[in-house]
Design a protein around this ligand. Structure first.
Ligand code: NAD
Ligand code: IPM
Ligand code: MN
Length: 350
């Protein structure tokens, strides 16, 4: 078997964590007899600097023709500043990539790794047993609706079609089937029309999955529940912006955003994009302080979802768990291990 992966290091800590993930991916593929081919393309701020465009045509072509994309992160203060006077935004490239590749379902798992209780802001008895998969809608809603920019008035429309809701909700139902068979749909149906459409679509699909228990929770209450009783949830499905916010919250609840991986998927058989959920972390970039676990675990998700290699994926996950179990912790987890120290420990455990 062979696997062609396009790597988009991006900005800030993006190149630091993707380098770590690529090394781990290479070793895991070698051990599993998978022929790995990688190419590296410009993306985000780095692509703006080189070409003026955050998502150049060459990068687009590479992403659409490979088996999977491994992405670091994009953005930074330099481009934020330039955007104030009309410069291109790195983040716009990321949205264009997701849209061009049809990545409507973003899987963001967060679980408490053994021994990580003390890294959680919650008391151990509250966080214990937390293992939640957030399924975030990724190509619709307020991110992609019509915008009016302005310094006196502005607007962002939040459109959703029934079909857009159904396809991502089906992904969440299927995921729940393979887990604890509990699906929580999060919305703001007491205020938003799109949320009422969302809830209606979920209720209409539920009879197709009689083995899955469904409940509905309003997003404000959900933000609270995730900090008081996160372990009671299994699969959570929600729209784009709510999923963005709740997944960062949940990642911190189980220790650190530096541990959180993701898979962005479209139609079956099409390439997926795998990236940690964190950003370019300009505050720690260049210090070898970044936690590469989120990127490494994203490489594991790549093997599972785009490489048809669940055993190799599980081996990477076990190696990350082993490194954490040995007490190797980067600064975000209260330790002093460098990116390189942690990566080496994962490679050794592999
Ligand atoms: P961020 O996720 O980059 O950082 C938030 C905090 O978490 C910072 O204190 C950072 O040091 C810490 N952190 C993040 N990842 C870490 C890791 N792997 N190891 C250790 N600590 C880590 O969010 P931000 O500061 O709000 O955004 C910075 C830039 O990143 C912005 O330009 C934003 O648009 C962009 N961003 C990009 C993506 C992406 O490319 N997918 C995601 C989120 C934010
Ligand atoms: C993420 C990021 C992006 C998002 C930004 C950078 C556009 O926060 O991947 O979670 O909001 O989706
Ligand atoms: Mn985010």
């Amino acid at each position: 078997m062979s696997l062609h992966v396009t790597i988009l290091p991006g900005d800030g800590i993006g190149p630091e964590v993707t380098e770590a993930a690529e090394r781990v991916l290479a070793v895991a593929c070698e051990a599993a007899g998978i022929g790995l081919r990688t190419d590296h393309e410009l993306f985000g701020g780095a692509a703006i600097d080189a070409t003026g465009d955050p998502f150049p045509e060459k990068t687009r072509h590479a992403c659409l023709t490979c088996d999977a994309v491994l992405l670091g992160a994009v953005g930074g203060p330099r481009w934020d500043e330039a955007a104030k006077t009309g410069g291109p935004r790195p983040e716009k490239g990321l949205l264009a990539l997701r849209s061009a590749m049809g990545l409507f379902a973003n899987l963001r798992p967060s679980r408490l790794f053994p021994g990580m209780e003390d890294a959680s802001p919650l008391r151990p008895e509250r966080v214990e047993g937390t293992d939640v998969l957030i399924v975030r809608e990724l190509t619709g809603g307020v991110y992609f609706g019509e915008k009016t920019e302005g310094t006196e008035a502005a607007s962002d429309l939040m459109p959703y079609s029934r079909a857009e809701v159904e396809r991502v909700v089906r992904v969440a139902f299927e995921a729940a089937r393979g887990r604890k068979k509990h699906l929580t749909s999060v919305d703001k149906a007491n205020v938003l029309a799109t949320s009422r459409l969302w809830r209606h679509a979920v209720e209409a699909l539920a009879p197709d999955y009689p083995d899955v228990t469904v409940d509905h929770v309003l997003v404000d209450a959900m933000a609270m529940h995730l900090t008081t009783r996160p372990a009671r949830f299994d699969v959570v499905v929600t729209e784009n912006l709510f999923g963005d916010v709740l997944s960062d919250e949940l990642s911190a609840v189980v220790g650190s955003i530096g541990l959180a991986a993701s898979a962005s998927l479209g139609e079956p058989g099409k390439p997926g994009v795998y990236e940690p959920i964190h950003g370019s972390a300009p505050d720690i970039a260049g210090q070898s302080a970044a936690n590469p676990a989120g990127a490494i675990l994203s490489a594991a998700m790549l093997l599972r979802h785009s490489g048809d290699a669940p055993e190799a994926a599980a081996r990477i996950e076990a190696a990350v768990e082993a490194a954490l179990g040995q007490g190797l912790r980067t600064r975000d987890l209260g330790g002093s291990a460098s990116t390189e120290d942690f990566t080496k420990a994962v490679l050794a455990a592999l």
